[in-house]
Design a protein around this ligand. Structure first.
Ligand code: FAD
Length: 319
């Protein structure tokens, strides 16, 4: 039995889920990307595993059959860890069942002691931390956005090569697979903010719930989700699940548009590494503007009115 962890990250169409790289960093061992587009996902990774980087092009999501096919590969690892993303949360119990191991969900920290694994899990909505020290092998899901990424893991000079696995696998080999009928794109207006690829967010400078409602419509017109700072959520202009940051949601958008947001560290630490940041602010030198690829110095309220006029129907602009 290996003492190291194996991080298993389900991949769809070459896209790593929220918390995927964080899980690899936290495990500190090898990583296995499984799903569709694993080579693309491996190329996009900022984090490199300390051990081997494995990939299995397994096709459409078949959690029970995947678990059976993966048994020999994963059984030697004392800790098998997955991000608590939708697919990770779903695959983990299948792996625990075939391995006949306990499953610890929602972990916020994972360490290895001489006699086993120490897993700290968050309970009661994050109010309570419970510590489990287990000498037996486990399967664990990691809460995204809690631990971040160790920079020393991030900058390895010689990243491991992706080793593609060729596993014997029959999609119908297990009765526990859901039948895939259709994959429907998520609605940006209601999807989990943590999974949103584009976010349009507002801050204290917008000044009212009405302007946030209008910004939400602009976000929808742009195929983006609405986010906010804590100040805006505390003021009641948006529900708390829209708050981004250390005490809100950890997000991982590719595109982030910030309207009247100063860029306090408690906000930006929950932002991930967007490919593009656009910031609109009256203060050209605030942190959000210095982080931005495109910094627009203007009145964000006026720009929202202008965008609403161009992107929304007249009924939407009025409401
Ligand atoms: C323990 C703790 C946890 C916290 N957790 C979070 C968290 O999870 N998320 C979070 O966001 N914050 C968090 N905060 C709060 C954080 O420190 C900041 O106070 C907050 O992020 C600032 O929000 P803001 O940018 O909307 O407001 P401000 O900092 O007040 O900035 C408003 C910005 O709007 C600009 N502006 C004003 N009017 C206009 C206009 N008409 N047009 C264009 N620009 C304009 C201003 O120049 C300014 O840059 C936390 C704080 C603490 C102490």
């Amino acid at each position: 039995m290996s003492t190291g962890a194996l991080a298993i990250v389900p991949v769809r169409d070459g896209i790593l889920p929220l918390g995927g790289e964080e899980t690899i960093a936290e495990g500190g061992g090898s990583a296995l990307l499984v799903g569709t587009g694993v080579e693309t996902a491996a190329r996009e990774m900022v984090v490199q595993p300390a051990g081997r980087l494995l990939g299995w092009e397994a096709g459409d999501y078949r959690p029970a059959a995947w678990a059976e096919a993966l048994f020999d590969t994963i059984a030697p690892h004392a800790a098998v860890i997955l991000p608590a993303s939708p697919d990770g949360r779903d695959l983990a119990p299948h792996l625990a069942a075939v391995l006949r191991r306990p499953l610890l969900t929602g972990a916020i920290r994972l360490t290895f002691a001489e006699h086993g694994t120490r897993v700290e899990v968050a309970r009661r909505g994050g109010l309570v931390g419970e510590l489990y020290e287990t000498p037996v092998p486990v399967v664990v899901t990691m809460q995204p956005g809690v631990r971040g990424v160790d920079p020393s893991v991030e900058h390895r000079e010689q990243p491991p090569q992706l080793e593609l696995l060729n596993l014997p696998f029959s999609p119908t080999s297990s009765s526990g697979n859901p039948e895939l009928v259709e994959i429907m794109p998520p609605d940006p207006a209601t999807m989990d903010l943590g999974e949103a690829p584009r976010i349009v967010a507002g801050g204290q400078g917008l000044g009212s719930a009405e302007l946030f409602a209008r910004l939400g419509k602009i976000a929808t017109a742009l195929g983006a989700s609405l986010g906010a700072t804590r100040v805006a959520a505390d003021a009641g202009w948006v529900p708390f699940e829209r708050q981004i940051g250390t005490t809100g949601v950890a997000v991982k958008p590719r595109l982030y548009l910030a309207f009247a947001i100063s860029g306090a560290v408690q906000h930006t630490s929950g932002l991930g590494h967007p490919d593009h940041i656009i910031s609109v602010n009256l203060d050209a030198s605030c942190p959000m503007m210095t982080m931005a690829d495109l910094a627009i110095v203007c009145d964000a309220r006026a720009l929202i009115d202008e965008l609403a006029g161009r992107l929304l129907s007249s009924t939407d602009v009025e409401t």
